[in-house]
Design a binder for this molecule. Sequence first.
Ligand code: 5GP
Ligand code: ZN
Length: 114
Amino acid sequence: MSDCLFCRMVKKEIKCDVVYEDDRVLAFRDINPQAPVHILIIPRKHIETSLDIKEEDASLIGHIYLVASRLARKEKIDKSGFRVVTNCNRDAGQAVFHLHLHLLGGRSFSWPPG
Ligand code: 5GP
Ligand code: ZN
């Protein structure tokens, strides 16, 4: 989608601090980090929200979670622990309507979330 911020990052029209990419996903550091490690992992394919994931996306979604785990090890937050979050729609505070996982770590998090 031409007017989608994250699609524009996939197309390299907007710069971002890429930490990993392959033929299906892109991972980059959040511009407004909420923890010492705050990485966004997105599919190259435009999917608006987690409600829009289709059966045919199952392997892609599995791949995104594998990438999250690999990055957690690479960033050395695997043993201390980390959080993987996907916000969906208004009450969760979704601001960018291109599916993304937040990988957060490097500090402890409270539960339940605010
Ligand atoms: P959401 O609230 O949709 O779950 O999260 C969107 C995330 O995208 C936010 O954490 C926000 O800081 C991040 N973000 C928004 N614009 C940009 C940008 O231009 N570059 C980067 N790297 N992150 C962004
Ligand atoms: Zn998009």
